[in-house]
Design a protein around this ligand. Structure first.
Ligand code: SAM
Length: 227
């Protein structure tokens, strides 16, 4: 399976995806980055899955990928659209070492990796309410996730939450949190990953009001006591 069979890529981008895959496989032998090790599965479940949200992101935007892990979806989005200014954040320092190496190895510009919890970084100058988009995949339940994401987003910007199937209850249970934090669900788009039966849902939440400075609450609280 190849990314270029589904997305238009130039030679440089094809090489970057290939190098990223190799780096992922080799680092995964030393540190735990991903449970997915089969090459075709890396392409489908990491690269192509990450790119399903690319059509919602405008050129030249500033985006933050919260709980990026080994760089998903942030690095594939950056390879695909070099005009983006990307911040990758993760609470695990070992993963930041991998991300720094990947950024250097793939010769990506205007992208950085920060070791922090989302709850702490959202209080740092130049991070809070500065992003056009906050994106995230496989990090937390939606009601917790919006408390991580919405504080980073400018009014008028969007959170793009990547989810699996059966999200109705999760969405219902997050409505209170979304309202408190200044968001509004704009769109929920379901899709099936190509040549598979894997269902995904993309939830887009628009930021319509500034987020009260008391959010996010202290690190660990959003997951323990969702709003
Ligand atoms: N987004 C990647 C993906 O889809 O492959 C990684 C998903 S992994 C299951 C969840 C990641 O979120 C982990 O790397 C973890 O360290 C990070 N994480 C969880 N809570 C976080 C928080 N509050 N702030 C920053 N990172 C967090």
């Amino acid at each position: 399976m190849k990314v270029e069979d589904y997305y238009n890529l130039n030679d440089r981008q094809i090489e970057q995806f290939e190098d990223y895959k190799k780096l992922l496989i080799s680092w995964n032998e030393k540190i735990n980055l991903t449970a997915i090790t089969d090459e075709d599965q890396i392409v489908l479940k990491h690269f192509i899955d990450s790119l399903t949200i690319s059509k919602f992101i405008d050129d030249n935007s500033r985006i933050i990928d919260v709980g990026t892990g080994a760089g998903f979806p942030g690095i594939p989005l950056k390879i695909y659209n070099d005009t983006l200014k990307v911040t990758l954040v993760d609470a695990l320092n070992k993963r930041i070492a991998f991300l720094d190496e990947a950024i250097q190895n793939l010769k990506l510009n205007e992208i950085c990796a920060i070791h922090s919890r989302a709850e702490d970084l959202a209080r740092v100058n130049g991070q809070r309410e500065c992003y056009d988009y906050a994106v995230s995949r496989a990090v937390a339940n939606l009601s917790t996730l919006v408390e991580y994401l919405l504080p980073f987003v400018k009014v008028g910007g969007e959170c793009i939450c990547m989810k699996g199937p059966n999200i109705e209850d999760e969405i219902d249970n997050s409505k209170n949190a979304i309202e408190i934090l200044g968001g509004k669900i704009e769109k929920v788009e379901g899709l099936v990953l190509p040549d598979s039966d894997m269902i995904r849902n993309i939830i887009i939440i628009k930021k319509i009001r500034r987020t009260d400075f008391k959010y996010p609450r202290k690190a660990g609280i959003p997951v323990k006591k969702p709003l």
